[in-house]
Design a protein around this ligand. Structure first.
Ligand code: PMP
Length: 284
């Protein structure tokens, strides 16, 4: 595989960064996970916007323009002959000394990997997935704001370990107030009496790009949508539930902890939204 590293395509084995990179030493950096369908980057502007917003928040100057990054993504795709792919775009703080100061780091490293991803097995899309509510609380927006997509994913990884220990593929994370925030790598939606509800941005979440697309699609279909605070009891009682993410797309949830959601089968509205999402991908 060829990797785009700081403006040059290099073989994977040569795509290396310093052991003093603060991305490695401290998780100091930002990233995006982006899909490519039919040779075109899905929601390209939204991902570039979020990357620059995340970088601005941690005061990391990205040493490339938006257009250079887009060109870099297409260069990585072409070099690997891919028209359907998952792109990981990473900007690290770069090599520094063993102290924390990001301002001693000389030059950020910008990395574009165009590969594939299969997060969940196909049966889960057909039959629904089982998830748990993690004990690990989602980072408070007053700590590291979840809306910045930084390389610091240990909060999510601890919850993911809980999920795996429980034999599930994902875990729902609550915020410091006990409200539903999101999953370790996906946003969450419920359906109640024909209404689509998702936690608000202020719940302390990554404002997922797939979440935005699904909200738009639902509105276009005339489905009432709302961003509301959701407590676990409301989640357990929902008619339907699904998760969204660039890697996962739309994946139905049919069991949360010991509670079957709806009839324990993939719900009708989830299926409709899933179909509409795939139609959009085909024509984007
Ligand atoms: N929440 C978290 C914590 C994530 O890491 C992700 C992306 N993997 C999402 C939500 C979904 O965001 P998007 O739809 O932009 O991929």
């Amino acid at each position: 595989m060829k990797v785009w590293l700081n403006g040059t395509l290099v073989d994977e084995a040569q795509a290396t960064v310093s052991v003093l990179d603060h991305g490695l030493l401290y998780g100091d950096g930002v990233f995006e996970g982006i899909r490519v369908y039919g040779g075109r980057i899905f929601q390209c502007d939204a991902h570039i916007d979020r990357l620059f917003a995340s970088a601005k928040f941690i005061r990391l100057p990205i040493p490339f323009t938006r257009q250079e990054l887009v060109d870099g993504m297409y260069a990585a795709l072409n070099a690997n002959g891919r028209t359907d792919a998952y792109i990981r775009l990473v900007v690290t703080r770069g090599p520094g000394n063993l102290g924390l100061s990001p301002f001693k780091c000389s030059q950020p490293n910008t990395i574009i990997i165009a590969d594939t991803i299969a997060l969940y097995p196909q049966e889960m899309y057909r039959d629904g997935m089982e998830v748990i509510i993690a004990k690990t609380v989602r980072t408070s927006p007053r700590m590291v704001p979840p809306r910045a997509k930084t390389l610091n994913y240990l909060n999510n990884i601890l919850a993911k370990i809980e999920a795996i220990d429980a034999g599930t593929a994902e875990a729902i994370m609550l915020n410091e107030h006990g409200e539903v925030a999101e999953c370790t790598g996906d946003n969450i939606f419920i359906i109640e009496k024909g209404r689509l509800v998702t936690p608000p941005d202020e719940a302390g979440i990554l404002c997922g790009i797939t979440r935005g697309v699904v909200l738009d699609i639902a509105q276009g279909m005339g489905i009432p949508v709302a961003k509301e605070s959701i407590l676990p009891a409301r989640l357990y009682a929902a008619d339907e539930c699904f998760l969204t993410g660039s890697a996962a797309e739309i994946i139905p949830v049919t069991k949360i902890d010991a509670h079957l959601i709806g009839a324990g089968k993939v719900g009708a509205m989830t299926m409709k939204l899933h179909e509409a999402f795939h139609a959009m991908i085909k024509s984007h």
